[in-house]
Design a protein around this ligand. Structure first.
Ligand code: GSH
Length: 203
């Protein structure tokens, strides 16, 4: 088993944190995204989407998509549960996980690629106005999270879950591209300080 990874990117970090929370250590191979290694014919044969992370299973199968990879490990190593136990918990965690991915992670990424230098030459098409619109969506998503965290210790309730991992990685990405947590989001800031101190956050 092997994880195709890159230390600097948000999506593979989500998997690394998930694995760290479960105490799983697997071999990793760094994919040089800036050199375009993820677009090579060799890599595309393993993952036609050309994205990282990518998990190579022991049976030779390849699984891409952060949540799909996480689901594999949730099943094979159920403790501690990061995707819920009861039907209600599973649904709530999935709802927040998707909300954060759609409204925060993806908006920050669009802002990065369209309204900043992004990946340089690799980002030839830019629409700065669209990028700025996404910056506004990202800030609104942080405010929605702040409201959710009023009365909830973690994003999807009283236990740490994949929704917290997705949110932490999105917020660190946002901070790196100069979209800080707004001043009027004290609950989000309280949660951010708390989850950033978990050992897994350094993964
Ligand atoms: N939905 C995918 C997104 C993966 C993704 O966009 N990964 C980025 C790194 S954070 C990537 O591979 N970027 C390179 C590219 O798209 O050229 C997932 O959750 O795994």
């Amino acid at each position: 088993m092997k994880l195709y990874d890159n230390a600097a990117f948000t999506s593979p970090r989500r998997v690394r944190i998930f694995l760290a929370e479960k105490g799983i250590d697997i071999p990793r191979e760094e994919v040089d995204v800036l050199a375009g290694e993820h677009r090579s014919s060799e890599y595309l044969a393993m993952n036609p989407d050309g994205t990282i992370p990518l998990l190579e299973l022991d049976n030779g199968e390849y699984i891409s998509e952060t949540v799909a990879i996480s689901r594999f490990f949730e099943h094979s190593c159920p403790q501690p549960p990061l995707m819920g136990n009861s039907a209600e918990e599973k649904a709530r965690i999935e709802m927040w996980q998707r909300r954060i991915e759609n409204r925060l992670t993806n908006s920050v990424a669009t802002y990065f690629h369209h309204a900043t230098e992004g990946l340089g030459e690799r980002d030839r098409y830019r629409n700065p106005e669209w990028g700025q619109k996404n910056r506004i969506v990202a800030i609104e998503a942080m405010k929605q999270l702040d409201s959710q965290l009023e009365g909830n210790e973690f994003v999807a309730g009283d236990s740490y879950s994949i929704a917290d991992i997705t949110a932490l990685c999105a917020i660190d990405f946002a901070r790196a591209v100069d979209i800080p947590i707004p001043d009027d989001c004290p609950q989000l800031e309280r949660w951010y300080q708390q989850v950033s101190q978990r050992e897994s956050a350094a993964a």
